[in-house]
Design a binder for this molecule. Sequence first.
Ligand SMILES: *Cc1c(COP(=O)(O)O)cnc(C)c1O
Length: 364
Amino acid sequence: MNNSALISKVFRKEVLAMVAYKVANAQGFIKLDAMENPYSWPDEIKSQWLAHLRDCQLNRYPDPEAIQLIKTIRALDHLPEQFDILLGNGSDEIIQLLLMALPEGSSVLAPAPGFVMYRQISDSLGLNYIGVPVLEEGFDLDLPAMLSAIEKHQPLLIFLAYPNNPTSNLFNADAIHAIIKMAPGLVVVDEAYAPFANASFINQLKVYDNLLIMRTVSKLGLAGLRLGYVMGQPALIEQLNKIRLPYNINCLTQVTADFALTYKDFFAQQTESICEQRTYVFNELVKLASVIAYPSAANFILFKVPHNKATDIFLSIKHQGILIKNMTGQGGLLTDCLRVTIGKHDENEAFLAALRKSLADLTL
Ligand SMILES: *Cc1c(COP(=O)(O)O)cnc(C)c1O
């Protein structure tokens, strides 16, 4: 038997049809492609953190319930006692757990464009993924289209990223309420960008039995840890807990996240700087006649460049040492769009200078 016969025999057709999620090599670049926090920690905080790490017992399995960390997260997000929290190895793992728990062949629905992992993982599991286009103007939810897709496909899981990635806007809250009420299954409000948005559905958990709130520490400033979490009714969390691998949050992550979220004040400062820089970058983009910048409630900005020039501009910026994200390949509303993560002031200046140069080169 040759190898390709073996491969097509042992892997499901959904897996064979997939393309792996590719992450660009960022070595040597100013990295503005992945919504990371650009700041590291003050030295004195680093030393305190290292002192905590000393107590990690690497010879032992981690606390399977991560009791201390869950307590810290509960306090941080002011989550009432009647709700439970489940931790994941990044919120990507939570998305995977939720999708794995669905009945075979279920429909999953989210606005399009949306976070790519919703579709990627749904496809890998052979689920029926439906993307409902957002409105062209302002990227808000097309509520009639959402409601009729819900009626038609009866999705057992709906993802609403709030703010949305990659469009960076907060969807209309009334529309989200209407969707939660109409949904035949669960609605996950994905608050990955909550630190930058000043908006949340956490206090709606007590209103809707089918609502789950998902968050992550990645965009806040701990992307390297891989820690996400979902909050909701204990009866829902209990089911998800059955398919969670017992030690999915390692002890280095547990200790580090607990430390960082307890000493969270410096994150608040960093978040504030990022929001200030977001305003700065947005205003500079607006000054460029050939660019359309979209308002952002997150730590990145989506912008549109002249038709069919996105890839040229992306590569020109890259050749100038700055890595952003080229979105045009995803098509639809993202045609001609690029996405830049907000960095430190000098990184943002370098990006803006590179963009201006690439635009000037186009018109030569
Ligand atoms: C980045 C992102 C995530 C994934 O976060 P991790 O916790 O790093 O896996 C989830 N949802 C949205 C909308 C994101 O942009």
